[in-house]
Design a binder for this molecule. Structure first.
Ligand code: GDP
Ligand code: GDP
Length: 438
């Protein structure tokens, strides 16, 4: 597959942006976080059409809802202009054009980026005529679609692909470890990026990434090739973002999505914040490998228990990242940078690890004997067979008699069993349940 670029979806609330996003991505993308019970919509994902990959952003999911609406939709438009190669503006075909629609459309068109107007909720022919009104906005193409019923999506995507730029030159050599540094402002991400890509390491090149102004820096250490996807050094200048925080979250997400390993940078002199937890949740959502850095270790008041206490605090407050190793370092003094890179190497190997099916089944049979799966409606859930289906992340298929009622706490038990046997530190583990009768 060839990565072609980024598509952004823009439009007023309730026109069907997230329905279209889900339709294009091909699955329900809401993420339910077992730990917090929060469900939120995924706003950034990879999709493909005609053997071409692209990234898609639902800008409606990004902007804070408590902003006044007119501000919000303009912010969406600017975001789309900045991030995307092609913009889809969605309108509800059953409503007439508003002043805000015109305003947004004009902002988009002036950017020079290709803009496609998708007139949504054309579920049948009774609304087809109303789409002609939308030509009065001044756009050349209006696509009648039904996000709900999947009508007209193919034609829209055909055009999206045609309008994409030629293939971007960001395909790295096989085996390259792509990672990003993410975290709150001022935790030391830029300082860390600089000490990682220090003079002693050979920088092969810096090339523009897929999103605007992201700089990917390649370097090599002990024969391993790396790419650091830099979001830290990027500071938006001369532009007013209506919502800078949400904007930086999008940047973090896009960097995470393009990485194999996400390095979560924390400031050792501060307590963990809600924002740390939110950002770290995205690493989990996108099933990326992870290393946690506690930075500024040089100025932390410490005794021989501090490291252990901080480790425990991180593990309890971010239980969904408990697989991630933690490295305490000082980016400013360039101390323990090699330790971090060693961890990255190991975590990357684990993220790519394939285990033998026979060994896997042996340990799972033992685990089931030791601790039986729970009952459901008087029947015991049976696991007949397991196999590793994929890597990055390592994904295990379990064939069970009742795939709908496997409790997540039992899956956690199986996960721990797998982790006790094989080296998966820093890598998430995914289970896929399939039904097997008998
Ligand atoms: P967003 O706020 O723009 O992201 O809109 P949503 O995707 O959440 O959709 C808003 C509402 O419109 C939901 O109730 C959807 O089920 C509905 N909707 C979305 N697409 C269609 C469509 O093609 N036809 C119809 N009839 N309803 C739709
Ligand atoms: P970013 O916003 O996450 O990219 O953070 P910066 O790299 O710009 O760093 C923010 C501030 O923290 C700067 O003043 C850095 O000099 C300082 N800083 C970064 N790393 C360390 C460190 O390891 N120790 C100390 N003492 N200060 C640091």
């Amino acid at each position: 597959y060839i990565m072609r670029g980024v598509v952004a979806i823009v439009g007023r609330p309730n026109v069907g942006k997230s329905s279209l996003f889900n339709r294009i991505v091909g699955e329900r993308m809401s993420i339910t976080d077992d730990a917090s019970g929060i469900t939120r919509d995924r706003i950034y994902a990879k999709a493909s059409w005609l053997n071409q990959d692209f990234r898609i952003i639902d800008t409606g999911g990004i902007i804070l809802k408590d902003e006044p609406f007119s501000k919000e939709i303009r912010a969406q438009a600017y975001l789309a202009i900045d991030e995307a190669d092609v913009i889809i503006m969605v309108v509800n075909a059953r409503n007439s054009i508003t002043v805000e629609d015109e305003d947004v459309f004009n902002i988009l068109i002036r950017s020079g980026k290709p803009v496609l107007l998708a007139a949504n909720k054309v579920d049948d022919n009774s609304f087809i005529d109303s789409i002609y009104d939308f030509y009065s906005l001044g756009c050349e193409e209006v696509f009648p679609i039904s996000a709900l019923h999947g009508i007209g999506i193919g034609d829209l995507l055909d055009r999206v692909i045609e309008l994409m730029p030629e293939e971007k030159k960001n395909n790295y050599d096989e085996g390259t470890l792509k990672f990003c540094l993410i975290g709150q402002p001022n935790v030391g991400k830029s300082t860390l990026a600089n000490s990682i890509v220090g003079e002693e390491r050979v920088i092969t090149s810096s090339i523009p990434g897929t999103t605007r102004d992201a700089i990917d820096t390649k370097f090599t250490r002990n024969g391993q090739k790396y790419v650091v996807i830099d979001t830290a050094g990027i500071r938006k200048q001369g532009k007013i973002y209506e919502n800078a925080e949400k904007y930086s979250v999008l940047r973090a997400i896009s960097a995470i999505e393009r990485s194999d390993v996400a390095v979560l940078v924390l400031d050792g002199t501060n307590e963990l914040s809600e924002q740390d937890k939110r950002i770290s949740g995205y690493i989990k959502d996108y099933n990326k490998a992870c290393v946690i850095v506690v930075n500024k270790w040089d100025i932390v008041n410490k005794d021989d228990k501090t490291m252990q206490k901080m480790t425990e605090k991180i593990k309890t407050q971010m239980p969904y990242l408990s697989f991630a190793p933690i490295v305490f370092l000082s980016a400013l003094n360039s101390s323990r940078i090699n330790k971090l890179l060693d961890e990255l190497d190991l975590v990357f190997i684990n993220y790519n690890r394939r285990v033998q099916t026979s060994v896997l089944n042996d340990i799972l049979i033992d685990a089931v004997l030791l601790n039986q799966p729970p009952m459901f409606n008087g029947d015991r859930i049976k696991i007949s067979y397991a196999t590793q289906e994929d890597i990055c992340p390592p994904s295990f298929v379990l064939f069970v008699n009742n795939e709908k009622h496997m409790h997540f706490s039992y899956l956690r038990y199986l996960e721990n069993t797998i982790r006790d046997t094989f080296e998966f530190s820093g890598s998430p583990i995914k289970f896929v349940l399939r039904k097997k009768d008998n």
